[in-house]
Design a protein around this ligand. Structure first.
Ligand SMILES: [Zn+2]
Length: 151
């Protein structure tokens, strides 16, 4: 028996924050500072990534790691209270979970598909399916999700 431990690849498709091209990156190897295949700049895995109608399925549903999606809008005051918590969660769970943000004014198709009726609504996706939903500002629930994926 070969007892060598191999780290399984945890792929996810993410849009480069700089040139906006889609890259398949190994989230588990975030420490290796993956770079965009097109422009060569770093893929930022330790902060929330913006997702729209056209890349939601590839990024969120196609991820090998859980994805916590924040459905928000710029004009929503409670959403602005959640934002720094999500920045923290993204930083703390780098390599194990992705945090994505969906602007419900722009990505109305995705918001409708998941029947987002009030914002903020946060949905945790695992293997392309909704696993948990947090409606409203619930910092404790978000911290528990972060602790779960880290455990
Ligand atoms: Zn790029």
């Amino acid at each position: 028996m070969d007892t060598t431990e191999t780290t399984p690849s945890k792929g996810a498709t993410l849009r480069c924050a700089f040139c906006l091209s889609l890259n398949r990156v190994d989230v588990a190897r975030a420490g290796d500072r993956p770079k965009c295949g097109k422009c060569g700049r770093p893929m930022l895995l330790d902060r929330p990534v913006k997702v729209e109608n056209d890349d939601f399925d590839a990024t969120v549903l196609g991820s090998d790691v859980p994805v916590l999606v924040d459905f928000y809008a710029d004009w929503c005051a409670p959403c602005r209270m959640v934002a720094p918590v999500l920045d923290e969660v993204a930083h703390d769970t780098v390599g194990r979970m992705l945090v994505a943000k969906v602007d419900t004014d722009r990505a109305q198709e995705v918001a409708a598909r998941y029947e987002i009726r009030s914002i903020p609504t946060l949905i945790l996706f695992r293997d392309g399916a909704e696993a948990q939903r947090v409606v409203g500002v619930d910092v404790g629930a978000l911290k528990r999700i972060a602790a779960d994926v880290s455990g």
